[in-house]
Design a binder for this molecule. Sequence first.
Ligand SMILES: NC(=O)c1ccc[n+]([C@@H]2O[C@H](COP(=O)([O-])OP(=O)(O)OC[C@H]3O[C@@H](n4cnc5c(N)ncnc54)[C@H](OP(=O)(O)O)[C@@H]3O)[C@@H](O)[C@H]2O)c1
Length: 323
Amino acid sequence: MPTTYTTAILITGGTSGLGWHTALNLAHTSPPTTLLILASRSAPAAPLPSPHTKYLALDLSSAAGVQAFVKTWSTCSYPSISALILNAGLQFLGPPSFSPDGYENTFAINHLGNAHLYYRLLAGGFLAPTARIILVGSQTHSPAAKTGLPDAYYATAEALAHPGPEKKEVAQTGNGRQRYGTSKLCNLLWAYALKRRLGKAPEGQRKSVLVFNPGLMPGTGLARAAPAWQVWIWKRVLPRLVPLLRVVVSKDVHTQEESGRNLAGLVGKVVGEGEGLYFENNGVGLETSKDSLVEAKQEDLWTWTVKAVAKDEGEREVFERGW
Ligand SMILES: NC(=O)c1ccc[n+]([C@@H]2O[C@H](COP(=O)([O-])OP(=O)(O)OC[C@H]3O[C@@H](n4cnc5c(N)ncnc54)[C@H](OP(=O)(O)O)[C@@H]3O)[C@@H](O)[C@H]2O)c1
């Protein structure tokens, strides 16, 4: 007899790295009435982890890709989404490259595509009234964390979407890693703006938003744009050295399995009033950078994003409200 699903969990980028390990965990811990959907551009390389897991194609790099996904979703008679895990993200090295809609790629995928998906699922009524939204952030958003990446820098959303030519001294290697850290700062800025709006929703219709810091997880597909020898070290060598790296580099180094388990744990985490929205692997709240707390930046990003993806005044109103 086919299963009657009562709820769904959707993970962007659920087919590889952190998203895949989160999916493995959720597939084993969720009841059979929960439908787990993994969404990315390419299907997973391994068999799906349970009969209650499905793959749906999603390309977050363009507005058309997000719209096509939500259109497919609307024809699938899936139950409401109780947890939306906005995990998909990439690094682009070298000089800026641009999405089909003309936005810088890191910003377009890591921030804009994931945010756009939230707005469209919300407007379509596909999110449960008390859905949990989880973004995957990173300590690279914070200069104080000294991760070794260039400091994240947010002036305006417009400047990130359409960066000008790079200064001569960085033109060779590009500012790709800085753009990556800044995109993770955008995840936090947008999450704060969303949280402010969700707080205005009536009791019983209050969704919640959290951001997860998975730490450094060698072996995932994140380094795919790096030179081949670096990818080899990242994929083949560093994952074996995690316990050592934790001692000599930073305690914020984790296996994909650990971070996947801990991200899955945030789906049902009860969060107290004063706990904030940013959590690390051990479930403890973390401070976010000074920049992430600047309300003017949060609102600049929110307003720009809504304007970029809303097709008309009706959509703009729903997206702007955020709940
Ligand atoms: N690895 C780390 O050390 C680390 C540290 C901190 C934070 N993070 C964050 O963790 C998250 C997951 O990254 P990961 O390290 O697990 O890397 P990963 O293995 O490369 O996973 C990224 C996922 O995103 C999907 N994706 C990429 N572009 C997409 C697009 N345009 N549309 C839809 N899906 C897309 C990929 O699938 P397709 O390419 O098939 O689309 C893949 O499933 C990211 O947000 C990353 O910023 C990673």
